[in-house]
Design a protein around this ligand. Sequence first.
Ligand code: HPA
Length: 250
Amino acid sequence: MSDTLAIIGGTGLTQLPGMSISNAHDVQTPFGSPSAPILEGQMDGHRVLFMARHGHPHRVPPHEVNYRANLWALQNLFATDVIAVNAVGGITRNMVSKALVVPVQIIDYTYGREATVYQGELSGVTHIDFSYPYTESLRQLLLKSARAVSEPVINGGVYGATQGPRLETAAEIFRMEQDGCDIVGMTGMPEASLARELKLRYASLSVVVNPAAGKGEGVITIKEIEENLLEGMERVKRILHQSVAAFYRR
Ligand code: HPA
């Protein structure tokens, strides 16, 4: 079977406009149930899989997402490439609200999450190389697609993955900035490393929805997050639509 693109939608993206759905797969995995049925369908005549990371209609918070089941289920339906959409807070100067970012590196601050598919009786190597956590070809596909629809995106940046569900303190963000983080979110890990374990190509399209703690004026409000999310996701959808076309044209 040829390559298949899957999209994992984050907060604000629970379905893909322009996708005609032919199947909703209730996949059971060795790790339990995914967040939602995986939607299979066509976009401009191409096979696409879509999963709502936080469930649909149920809301699974970032620290309770069954990342292992989600990724395993996508692979089970023959996904080869995964584009993840993530809402994030902006830390460094260019990472302003509504900016779209295709990050290049990750620092993982999460804890207590089920972070590997390697368990039980194992034979063979279980230490994946994770030097470059995102797949460069898929990053380039996103960047090229964004250019094609004239949507500015920031190429690069370090994604700091926090445990949540609370937002960070200003001091934590200060420390993350010292560490080299540009954006902060709660869903980037272990999703990216599980994708690598399962040999799925993986990249993130991140949407800045608020200045991270201590970086804006006053406290972070859900209202500002929701407003930025709404606008950001419209742009994300245009890029994704173009990415699907470009993926199958390669
Ligand atoms: N911190 C962590 N996760 C987030 C944020 C944030 O500021 N905004 C959106 N997701």
